[in-house]
Design a protein around this ligand. Sequence first.
Ligand SMILES: [Zn+2]
Length: 297
Amino acid sequence: MSRLSFSRRIALIFCLPFLAVSCQKPQRPPVDLAERNFPERIPAPRQAEENLSSEQTPLPAPNETAPDIWDVSDVDISTVDKTKKLISFTFDDAPSRTLENILAVFAAFNEQNPDCPANATVFFNGYLFDAHSTQTVHAAHALGFELGNHSQSHLDLTTLDEATLREELDKTDALLAKIDGKPKHLFRAPFGRANELVSQSVCTPVISWTIDTLDWTGLGEEDIYRSVWDGRFDGAIALMHDGYTNTVSALKRLLPDLKADGYQVVSVSQLAKAQGQTLRRGKTYGRIRKPNHAKTN
Ligand SMILES: [Zn+2]
């Protein structure tokens, strides 16, 4: 997590485009979304949905050590209001054509709402990194976004042998480590498909979702907005994608409306830490509620 102050993060966000222009603006090849056969664009089979159930573990006692616990000691929740309902926004298939727009929406909202700044987790595919898009990933990190691993090539990892699977994970972790300095990152499986070998190989929590906006299907702004709004609850994780302008438009309404409804939008690791829940490596989480959620939700 960057230790930069919020105002300096904002300054970095708005300065980066100018820096890029001054350095012979790199040309980024357009991403042909039609050629990208993404898993999330296929309705999850029944069995896959059942594998997406959340598993939560209360915080360990002080001094208790467990090697399978996801370390959130460096996750900054100083800006998270634990008295609010919390919801995590996640964006898959990044970095793509709208990541800069997504960052701009968050930056503008945070500038206007310093009492309730919004954050998110972005899941990246290594094959999409180039000179320009890598700059945008740096900007996402500078804004405070959590960087997550969505594999190198966006393949169905359940079809791969162990060596190839390991390569798919390690390549993207290495790219992200150059930006945030962390060796491992929260993982979201392409197509939401993970088997025992994938879970064992990941070495981090596997992040699923409770709200599927289906934004990749070409839905309009109102439908994307409505799926998040109608599906919201304290501890929910919403799935969106980088690459769709209607998603960006929906975000412009969702951030202020959720705040007005008593929510704060956070990253997944912020959600876990603020909710007082421990995430374990190899386990799958689609929601992260407070331990006493039955009484409060
Ligand atoms: Zn994906």
